[in-house]
Design a protein around this ligand. Structure first.
Ligand code: 2DT
Length: 214
C-alpha cells in the first residue's frame, strides 16, 4: 500500500504575531511525535530569485510593484516541485508564509486583487492555513518593528484589512481550510490553539492534492 501523503500546512500572520516562534515550536512538536517534517520559508531567500527579493526587502534595490509581486510568486513556483515531492513521500510540509501574504501585501500597496491572485493559480493548495492575528494594541506593546520594507504600523494596518479579504476568498473557493487564531495570549496558550488546529487537519482524511485558486 502507498504511504499516505503528508499534510501541507501554511502559516500566515501579521508582524509581531509570534509566527516564527509558533512555526518552530510546531515543527519540534511534530518531530517529537515521530513525523517527518520539512519547514519551507517564503520568501526563500537562498535562491537567485530569493536574493533579488531579499535585496528589495532590505531596500537595497527598488522594483516596480508588479515585478516584485511576480518574483514572490516565481519564488513559490521554483519550490513547488520539491513541496509536492515531499508531500507524496509522506513528509508534512510547513510553510512560513505563502501566496496569501503575497496577495495581502501587494493589494495593500494598491494592486488589483484579481491581478494578485493570478500568478499563484495552480500552486499546491494547503490542507490548512493558520493565520495568526494580534490586535493593534497588543502589537504595539510587543517589540519594535524591524527595519525591512513593510515593517511600519501604517502598512501593517492595511495588510490586516487585505488578509480579511483573502480569508473570505479562500473560504469561497476552497471551503474551511482557513483558521484564524488570536495570538494575543502567551506563547504556550497560542501553541495549544495552533496544535488543536493542526491535529484536526492531520487526523482528517485529507483529499488528493488540490490546486490553489482552481
Ligand atoms: P518575512 O519577514 O516573513 O521574511 O517576510 N511578502 C512575503 C510579500 O510581500 N509577498 C509574498 O509573496 C511573501 C511570501 C511579507 C518578508 C516580507 O515579505 C512580504 C513580509
Amino acid at each position: 500500500m502507498m504511504a499516505p501523503r503528508g499534510a501541507f500546512i501554511v502559516f500566515e500572520g501579521l508582524d509581531r504575531s509570534g509566527k516564527t516562534t509558533q512555526v518552530q515550536r510546531l515543527v519540534q512538536r511534530l518531530e517529537a511525535d515521530g513525523r517527518a517534517v520539512r519547514l519551507q520559508k517564503f520568501p526563500d531567500r537562498t535562491t537567485s530569485i530569493g536574493r533579488m527579493i531579499d535585496s528589495y526587502l532590505q531596500t537595497k534595490s527598488d522594483l516596480d510593484d508588479r515585478a516584485i509581486h511576480l518574483l514572490f510568486s516565481a519564488n513559490r513556483w521554483e519550490c513547488a516541485n520539491a513541496i509536492e515531492r515531499d508531500l507524496a513521500q509522506g513528509v508534512t510540509v510547513i510553510a512560513d508564509r505563502y501566496g496569501f501574504s503575497g496577495i495581502a501585501f501587494s493589494a495593500a500597496k494598491g494592486l488589483p486583487f484579481s491581478f494578485c491572485l493570478q500568478p499563484d493559480t495552480g500552486l499546491p493548495l494547503p490542507d490548512s492555513v493558520i493565520y495568526l492575528t494580534v490586535n493593534p494594541e497588543v502589537a504595539a506593546s510587543r517589540a519594535a518593528y524591524g527595519l525591512e520594507r513593510y515593517e511600519t504600523k501604517d502598512i501593517q494596518t492595511r495588510v490586516r484589512e487585505r488578509f480579511d479579504e483573502v480569508a473570505n476568498e479562500v473560504q469561497r473557493r476552497h471551503g474551511n481550510i482557513w483558521h484564524t487564531i488570536d495570538a494575543s495570549g502567551s506563547v504556550d496558550d497560542v501553541q495549544e490553539k495552533v496544535w488543536a488546529a493542526v491535529t484536526s487537519t492531520l487526523n482528517a482524511d485529507f483529499p488528493s492534492m488540490g490546486r490553489l485558486w482552481m
